[in-house]
Design a protein around this ligand. Structure first.
Ligand code: ZN
Length: 395
C-alpha cells in the first residue's frame, strides 16, 4: 500500500510520463476522417460545417477543422452528415437480405416490428445478430407471426406464456411486443390483442408497439390500453378509426396520449398505412410523427418506400424543417427503446455510427399508399455509412 504522499507522487510522475511522449508525437492517427460536411446532430444542437474524426469505433472529435493522419478520408463537402439512423419499424429480421440494404441507406440500427411470433422468433433473433447493423426485434403478439389470414383472428394465438418464454430466452435482442390491429389482422380481437401484449411485456417492463388503421375499435379505445413508452405506428392511416374524427378534427385522446408519453411513428409501408390527405391535415394540425420509419421489406426498393432518406424527403416536401426531420430518425428514435439510448448522436465518445446524405434539388415524386402522388423539390440520397467506425460497403 502507498501512503497518501507516495500515492500523489506516483500519480504525478505517471501523469508526467504520459504527457511527455504525447507532446512530441505526430497528430493522432485516425481510422476515418469525415471531412467538410454539414453536420446536423440534433442531440448536440449542431448544424454547421464540421470534420468528424473516428478511432477504434468511437467518435473522437467533431471540430471545424481536424488535422491528422487517417486510414481513410470520406469527402463530405456539399453533403449532410448525421448520426447513423434508427429505423424503428422494419421487417429486416425476416431474412438476411434486407439489413445490408438498409445499412447502405444510412440505417445503423433497426427494429424488426413483429415479423415473427413466439414459434419462430429465434429465426428473427438469429438474423438480427447476423446483421451488419444493430438489429433488435419486437415479437408478434400472435405466436405464428404475420399470417395472411390475420395474426390474431384466432385470439388463442396471442399466447402470453409462449411469448414470455421467448422474451426470457432472448432478453438481449427482443425489446418489446408488436400487435397489428387492423380488421383484416385482428378482426374484433383488437383490444384483447393489446391487453395480451401488455400482459406479455409486464414482467420485463418493455414497450408495446401497435399498428393502427382500419381497426374495428375506435382509436380512443386502443390508446386507453397503452402505457407511457408504448408506440403507435402508421399514425397517418386513413379512416375508419384514424387519428381524426369524422369532421377532420384530431381526437383529443390522441393529443392526450402524446402528453402521457406515447410515441407516434410514421411506418411508411405499402398498403393502407398513409394517405397524403391525412398526412397534410395532420401537419396542418401540428401533429407530426415523433419518429419516421420505412416498414422495410423485400419490396420496399421498388415501391413508394425506396429507402429511409426518401421517407424523410416526404416530410421535407410537407414543409417540416430538415433539422426536425433528422431528429425523427436520430435523437427522437434513440429515446424510444433503451437499447438505442447511446445511439443517434455524434457526441465525442459515442459509437461511430454516421450517415452521409446528399440533399439534391430537382423535381421528385412521392407516393402515399393509395397511388396518391405529390411532387417536391428536394430529396435526400444516401451517400455513405460508417458503422461502428468502419465505412460500410454498398449493398
Ligand atoms: Zn410492418
Amino acid at each position: 500500500m502507498l501512503n497518501r504522499r507516495q500515492f500523489v507522487g506516483a500519480a504525478a510522475s505517471a501523469a508526467l510520463l504520459a504527457r511527455i511522449p504525447r507532446a512530441h508525437a505526430a497528430p493522432a492517427p485516425y481510422d476515418v476522417l469525415i471531412r467538410g460536411g454539414r453536420v446536423i446532430d440534433p442531440s448536440r444542437n449542431i448544424n454547421a460545417i464540421r470534420d468528424i474524426a473516428i478511432s477504434q469505433g468511437r467518435i473522437v472529435a467533431v471540430e471545424p477543422s481536424i488535422l491528422g493522419t487517417t486510414g481513410e478520408t470520406i469527402d463530405a463537402r456539399g453533403k449532410i452528415v448525421i448520426p447513423g439512423m434508427i429505423d424503428l419499424h422494419t421487417h429486416c429480421g425476416r431474412d438476411r437480405q434486407n439489413a445490408p440494404m438498409t445499412l447502405s441507406d444510412g440505417v445503423t440500427c433497426w427494429v424488426d416490428a413483429g415479423s415473427n411470433g413466439a414459434d419462430k422468433i429465434d429465426e428473427s433473433v438469429a438474423n438480427a445478430k447476423a446483421a451488419p447493423n444493430m438489429g433488435r426485434v419486437l415479437i408478434n403478439v400472435g405466436r405464428a407471426g404475420i399470417l395472411p389470414e390475420g395474426d390474431t383472428m384466432d385470439i388463442s394465438r396471442a399466447d402470453v406464456a409462449a411469448a414470455r418464454a421467448a422474451i426470457e430466452r432472448n432478453r438481449d435482442t427482443i425489446i418489446g411486443v408488436k400487435a397489428r390491429l387492423s380488421y383484416n389482422v385482428a378482426g374484433a380481437n383488437d383490444l384483447e390483442a393489446v391487453r395480451r401484449a401488455q400482459a406479455m411485456v409486464m414482467p420485463f417492463n418493455l414497450p408495446v408497439m401497435v399498428h393502427v388503421g382500419q381497426t374495428v375499435s375506435p382509436m380512443a379505445k386502443i390508446l386507453e390500453l397503452l402505457k407511457p413508452g408504448d408506440v403507435v405506428t402508421h399514425l397517418y392511416a386513413p379512416e375508419p378509426n384514424s387519428i381524426f374524427d369524422g369532421n377532420g378534427r384530431l381526437f383529443p385522446e390522441v393529443q392526450a396520449a402524446r402528453r402521457r408519453g406515447i410515441w407516434f411513428d410514421f411506418g411508411n409501408g405499402q398498403n393502407g398505412h398513409v394517405t397524403w390527405d391525412v398526412a397534410e391535415r395532420a401537419v396542418r394540425a401540428g401533429f407530426l410523427p415523433d419518429t419516421l420509419s420505412t416498414d422495410y421489406n423485400a419490396n420496399s426498393r421498388s415501391t413508394g418506400v425506396i429507402d429511409l432518406p426518401n421517407v424523410m424527403s416526404k416530410f421535407l416536401m410537407l414543409g417540416v424543417p430538415l433539422n426536425q426531420v433528422v431528429a425523427m430518425v436520430t435523437s427522437n428514435a434513440a429515446k424510444v427503446f433503451p437499447a438505442f439510448r447511446d445511439r443517434g448522436t455524434l457526441a465525442v465518445g459515442a459509437n461511430a455510427d454516421v450517415a452521409v446524405l446528399e440533399l439534391r434539388e430537382g423535381t421528385f415524386e412521392f407516393l402515399d399508399n393509395y397511388g396518391g402522388k405529390r411532387s417536391g423539390n428536394q430529396r435526400l440520397f444516401p451517400i455513405a455509412t460508417v458503422m461502428a467506425g468502419k465505412h460500410a460497403p454498398r449493398a
